[in-house]
Each structure stands twice: as C-alpha cells, then as structure tokens.
Design a protein around this ligand. Structure first.
Ligand code: FPP
Length: 248
C-alpha cells in the first residue's frame, strides 16, 4: 500500500518539530562547500512544509539556527542568514496562498536588521492565515529560552504581580516563546545523531522521538510519511499504565 494511504488522518500529530541536521555532511560527501548543503536543505524544507500542510498538520516547528550556530565561521553564518531572507522573499506569497501562518521563536533581537525586517513582514502578512502554523526557531536554544523565562518571571515577582508560592507549570509556560502553541507530539531528527541539542527541552517532555539516518537535504515527502506512520504505531502513556491508556 502506498505510504500516504497508511496514514490515519484522524490520528495525526497536531505538532511536529524537526531538527534539520546533516546539510554540511551532504555537501562534503559531494566535495562541495557546506553552503550548498544549506541551499539544498531549503528544497527539503519546502517539500516537508507542503506535505505537512497537505496532510492537515496544525503546527510544524523547524530548528533553523541555534544559539550555538552563532559560533560557526562568519561566512557560514552570513550565508545562512542570506538563504533565510531569500527563502522568505521567494516563499511568502506561497505561504499566503496556502493559508500558512509564519511565526519565529528565539532571540530575534540578536539578528541583523534586514533579517528582522523580512521576518516581521512575513509574520504580519501571514497573520490572517488559519491553516498550518509554521514556526521557525532562529537564534534559539532551550536553555536561553528557559533562562529568559526565569528572568522575566523574577521581574514579575519583584514587582509583586506574581506570587512565588502560587507559581504552577502553566504559569511558567506563559513566559516561554512557545506560549499558546501545543507541545510537539512528534520530534524528528535527521542525519543519525541521537540528541536533542538544546531544542524545546521543556516542550519535548512527552514527545515521541524519531531519528533517521537520512541527511536533511535527502529528506522528503516519503520520509515524512514514514515518521508519521511510525508515530501512529506507538502507544503514548504519559506516565500511566498500558491498561489505563487502553481503557480510555
Ligand atoms: C544543520 O546542518 C542545518 C542548519 C544549521 C541550518 C538549517 C537551515 C536551513 C535548511 C535553511 C533555513 C531556511 C529557512 C527559510 C528557515 P549542519 O550544517 O549542522 O550539518 P552537519 O551536521 O552535517 O555539519
């Protein structure tokens, strides 16, 4: 049976998060500069966004640039920023046509003015869209996000708008950049690395993890289908027993 037919569209993960890894290795294996790998990565990205929108997935979060990525050679950082701006120049109309709402999470203030301008334009233009929510993590790391949340929370405690004894998990979540977005149900990482790498540490608490050896530029529609089929075979217990879950 074709993979698409094996997917139960009534049991889709509402939020899929992806660590797009392996662009550099993909390029090196072909004797090319790493930057070609990132360019090729954008094609994979387009295919996955289209597939997620077509299936009816509500949220897709992509790790595009980590806090740690600022430490890469200047030329690679500039090339990645350039690719991002170019991609948004090319794709914003398509997002609007396909009802895709764009959002960015991370330390956006740290980005150059032209990148911020392009991001805010796409965010504003697509703010009326009601289909797939496309969330791009940029200059993002989970420890940055959690530290920032704790810092802002302390400010509210010190100006007495928040009482420390009454702080619950839901209150803490309000300070995260993902506030209002449901936690991912499925997290995919490409390129064979078996790590979370400072990505959505709070939000991935109960997420199903899916790792594949495919390098990101080689990851396509069928690979995305395979990840969803694998997810749909798993039993999600959230700390309960199998019997309790099956009783529901
Ligand atoms: C990881 O591969 C990939 C990245 C750090 C960048 C991913 C970015 C894109 C695909 C472009 C994003 C564009 C938009 C519009 C969001 P790596 O370089 O770490 O690969 P390696 O582990 O093989 O070196």
């Amino acid at each position: 049976m074709p993979l698409r037919k094996q997917i139960n569209t009534g049991k889709l993960p509402s939020h899929v998060a992806i660590i797009m890894d392996g662009n550099g290795r993909w390029a090196r294996q072909r004797g090319l500069d790493r930057i070609f790998g990132h360019q090729q990565g954008v094609n994979a990205l387009r295919e996955v966004i289209e597939t997620a929108a077509e299936l009816g997935i509500r949220y897709l979060t992509l790790y595009a640039f980590s806090t740690e990525n600022w430490g890469r050679p200047d030329e690679e950082v500039s090339a990645l920023m350039e690719i991002m701006v170019q991609s948004l120049n090319n794709e914003t109309d398509t997002f609007m046509k396909n009802n895709i709402r764009f959002k960015a999470i991370g330390d956006i203030d740290r980005l150059a003015d032209d990148v911020k301008k392009r991001l805010f334009e796409t965010i504003n233009l697509t703010s009326v869209c009601t289909g797939l929510n496309l969330v791009v993590a940029l200059s993002y790391s989970s420890r940055w996000e959690i530290t920032e949340a704790a810092r802002r929370m302390s400010v509210d405690v010190s100006n007495r708008t928040l009482k420390p004894d009454l702080i619950k998990e839901e209150d803490f979540e309000k300070y995260l950049t993902t506030y209002g977005i449901p936690d991912p149900e499925l997290m995919i990482r490409t390129s064979g690395e078996l790590r979370i790498s400072n990505f959505l540490l709070w939000q991935l608490a109960y997420t199903e993890l899916y790792f594949t050896d495919k390098l990101w530029p080689d990851f396509g529609k069928e690979d995305f289908y395979n990840a969803i089929i694998d997810f749909q075979k798993r039993e999600r217990r959230f700390g309960k027993t199998s019997e309790q879950v099956l009783e529901k």
